[in-house]
Design a protein around this ligand. Structure first.
Ligand SMILES: C[S@@+](CC[C@H](N)C(=O)[O-])C[C@H]1O[C@@H](n2cnc3c(N)ncnc32)[C@H](O)[C@@H]1O
Length: 352
């Protein structure tokens, strides 16, 4: 079978399907998306799976938490022995894998499969090693094998390149809420830094004493994350900020309108979590770059209920066109994003 299985947030399947369809068409690859509402995944079928996979790098996909190039789809797996049919397929496939992940969709129907995935992984691992299909120790230079259960008797076998896939099972980075964080929103910015930037990029773009603006900052989760990265923050919001955050001396709070305020001297960073129409936010973010008010930004676009892919494309095209200069930009619907996506943009040329 040639195709891609992608995990997504439950409810966003039509948006991921629209994205995959548009991106494959742009690359001149015929194919079609298959999905069910609230299933937490989309399968995109194409005749030439290798070209499709190369044309859609994981980093470039917005609504996909993970991208799994499919080896085979197995239906009617017998509950008494699901291992033998998988080993048979994998022997024919002939690849030696450096790791095994057994996964399931992050959906109402998928969550009960977590126990099966765990125990099945423990049983499959030694069987794969015995058949010479899996290394004794994890080897990131080799492809990773994924067994994706979408039902107890229905699974996909897939193969990822660790360099072109999310490094977390289910595509979900597990982050813990810090006791001192002023809001749960802090997790969104922490995840954005982890997913949208490599550790090296993060270290080189966020340095001690850099200056940042936080638009729509209250009660202060994002400002708190920036301060922990060593930055000094101007927090813009009419609402109250957590007093402890202001006591530290690194955050200045201005009760201003985030759509009007701008710095008098250029800043290193701007972040924005204002709840507003996404096109209005995209327009304002572009103006920050066009005017040179910041060099790097992370902002959220709150999406409407319908046609979210179309709205995403419209906002990102407007942003790119109006920024007035070439930018590196990346966008993802993060695990901690609900009806929204997160965008990173920079004047620095980073790999894309
Ligand atoms: C989702 S909350 C931000 C949470 C924040 N990022 C955190 O981590 O705690 C959205 C904030 O945007 C602010 N906001 C909405 N419109 C704004 C505007 N025009 N100017 C400034 N702040 C605005 C709201 O007051 C609200 O505090």
């Amino acid at each position: 079978m040639d195709g891609l299985l992608c995990w997504c947030r439950s409810g966003f399947e039509p948006d991921l399907a629209a994205e995959l369809t548009a991106r494959a068409a742009e690359a001149g690859i015929p194919g079609y998306a298959q999905t069910e509402r609230n299933s937490g995944y989309v399968v995109f079928h194409a005749e030439d799976g290798v070209t499709l996979n190369a044309a859609l790098p994981w980093e470039s996909l917005i609504f996909a938490r993970q991208k799994l190039p499919v080896i085979a789809e197995l239906r009617d797996l017998p509950p008494s022995d699901r291992i033998t049919p998988m080993i048979e397929v994998l022997k024919t496939h002939g690849t030696r894998f450096g790791d095994l992940w057994v996964e399931h969709p992050d959906s109402e129907a998928g969550k009960p499969l977590a126990g099966l995935a765990r125990s099945f992984g423990n049983a499959l691992r030694p069987a794969l090693r015995k058949a010479g299909l899996l290394t004794q120790r994890e080897d990131m230079d080799l492809p990773r094998l994924h067994v994706a259960f979408v039902d107890g008797d229905h699974a996909f076998l897939a193969q990822t390149d660790p360099a072109d896939s999310a490094p977390w099972p289910l595509g979900i980075p597990r982050l813990k809420m810090h006791a001192d964080a002023p809001s749960r929103s802090a997790l969104k910015l922490e995840e954005a830094l982890l997913v949208l930037l490599s550790a090296h990029e993060c270290a080189s773009l966020m340095k001690e004493d850099m200056r940042a603006a936080d638009l729509g900052a209250a009660p202060g989760g994002w400002s708190w994350v920036l301060v922990r990265q060593g930055l000094r923050v101007i927090a813009i919001d009419n609402g109250p900020m957590r007093p402890e955050l202001l006591d530290g001396g690194r955050v200045e709070h201005l009760r201003e309108d985030g759509f009007r305020w701008h710095p008098t001297t250029p800043l290193d960073w701007m972040v924005c979590d204002m709840v507003e129409q996404p096109i209005r936010v995209a327009d304002r973010m572009a103006e920050w770059f066009a005017q040179g008010w910041c060099r790097h930004a992370i902002f959220n676009l709150k999406l409407p209920m319908k046609k979210r892919w179309q709205e995403t494309e419209r906002c990102l095209s407007l942003f790119a066109a109006e920024a007035g200069r070439p930018l590196t930009f990346r966008a993802k619907q993060l695990y901690h994003d609900r009806e929204e996506i997160t965008v990173f943009a920079s004047v620095r040329r980073l790999h894309e």
